[in-house]
Design a protein around this ligand. Structure first.
Ligand code: CO8
Length: 374
């Protein structure tokens, strides 16, 4: 049994292909023009609504996103398809989701000075799983030669912070010694690229985190998990009705609600204050003043949201160093976003310095972890 638990390594898999806003908007607008031409008579009769163009300026101003990494650029940008082309693999081959998860995991293990066999619990925490079973986590456990047990969990954008708490609790309780938490997010697989309100929001990526007791850790760089807080508040404002019961009602198969749908403005208004309140309460309970907080690795959905949350916590505008941004090039990668920010921007903290890793999203769900450089 141990009381001190650390993050001893992180890893990141970034797809080779990337789509700029200009490319995405050009493909979307081509589709819109074709749709409006094909439905010109119905639109003229008032039976069909004309589709409106998307705009690069809107996307950058409303979200801060400039480009996104994706597993398949050609399928998304083809106006006749607008869906990534991800061929099915035979059961004997590593599945796509496990594949990108394993690549992130290998870097996390290497950074923690560990091998797969040293891990005795694997958690895959992500917004969508590629299949119902066997669990993605069991496949990754097998691919890495890890022992113990493995399971999948889904809390949408907050999956990683919720997974972090499950990992830390398991180690403190003695049910696992070293946990690997993996976040493979293939967001383009469940994004409606024909929806002007959301076609620009998401990208693909995988992250991984090794969590173990401070006494066991051999890593050169560790962050102690001082405290974790989780909160869920039911809301339909971010929803995806895809599921195994869909085939029980043929009328709904293929409908747009079987992909990501949100009321973005309501989410913005309702989630930001709740996130700031949770972080502020956590800091207060832990006796940490805002001046003692060196870094905020925030969920990467929207730059305006992050600026607002950071202002509500710090009482002033954050610097780019205090609240690093990765959504400009990665877009929203769901649960992986705050982990990417942490992975890329934690080297410079000195021993004893503090940061908060925080995610928020569908559910609603909010997770925050207070971390201290060891
Ligand atoms: N181009 C041009 N104009 C546009 C576009 C576009 N692409 N899209 C909308 N507009 C127009 C609208 O029609 C509207 O026009 P009008 O004023 O005439 O009605 C105007 O622009 C303003 O629209 P909005 O009010 O929608 O714009 P916002 O300023 O609110 O920005 C955002 C929209 C960027 C979506 C913003 O609201 C936002 O980011 N909100 C927070 C969303 C968020 O954080 N959600 C979390 C979701 S992620 C999650 O929980 C995980 C889910 C699982 C992963 C799923 C993977 C697919």
């Amino acid at each position: 049994m141990t009381s001190r638990v650390v993050i001893s390594g992180t890893g990141l898999y970034t797809p080779e292909q990337s789509i700029s806003n200009e490319e995405l908007v050009a493909a979307f607008n081509t589709w819109v023009d074709r749709f409006n031409a094909d439905h010109a008579h119905a639109i003229a009769r008032g039976e069909e609504e004309a589709k409106a163009h998307s705009s690069v300026e809107f996307i950058e101003k409303a979200s801060g996103i400039r480009s996104r990494y994706v597993l398949d650029k050609a399928g998304i940008l083809d106006p006749d398809r607008m869906v990534p082309h991800l061929p099915e693999r035979p059961n004997e081959a590593l599945s796509v989701m496990a594949d990108i998860g394993v690549q992130a995991a290998k870097e996390a293990l290497s950074n923690a000075s560990l091998e797969g066999k040293d891990i005795d619990a694997v958690i895959v925490a992500a917004s969508n799983m590629q299949r119902a079973y066997p669990a993605m986590a069991v496949e990754i456990q097998h691919a890495l030669g890890a022992t113990g047990y493995a399971f999948d969990m889904n809390v949408a954008c907050s999956s990683a912070t919720f997974g972090l708490q499950q990992a830390a609790d398991s180690i403190r309780a003695g049910s696992a010694r070293r946990v690997l938490m993996v976040n493979p997010e293939i967001c383009t697989g469940h994004l409606n690229f024909r929806d002007r309100d959301s076609h620009f929001i998401f990208g693909d990526v995988a992250t991984a985190v090794v969590i173990e007791s401070a006494e066991d850790a051999n890593s050169q760089k560790c962050y102690e998990i001082l405290d974790t807080r989780l909160q869920t508040i039911f809301s339909n404002n971010i929803r995806n009705n895809f599921g195994f019961l869909n085939r029980g009602d043929e009328t709904g198969v293929g409908a747009v609600d079987k992909l990501f749908v949100q009321e973005g403005r309501k989410v913005f208004k309702e989630v930001c204050p709740a996130v700031a309140q949770q972080i502020n309460q956590q800091l207060e309970d832990f006796g940490v003043s805002k001046d003692q907080l060196t870094r905020m690795w925030l969920h990467q959905a929207n730059q305006n949201m992050n600026d607002l949350i950071a202002r509500k916590v710090l009482g002033r505008d954050p610097t780019a160093t205090e609240a690093p941004t990765i959504l400009d090039t990665y877009a929203n990668t769901s649960s992986a976003g705050s982990v990417i920010a942490f992975h890329k921007h934690n080297d410079d903290l000195l021993t004893g310095q503090l940061g908060v890793l925080c995610s928020f999203g569908a559910g609603y769900s909010i997770g925050s972890a207070l971390l201290q450089r060891v």
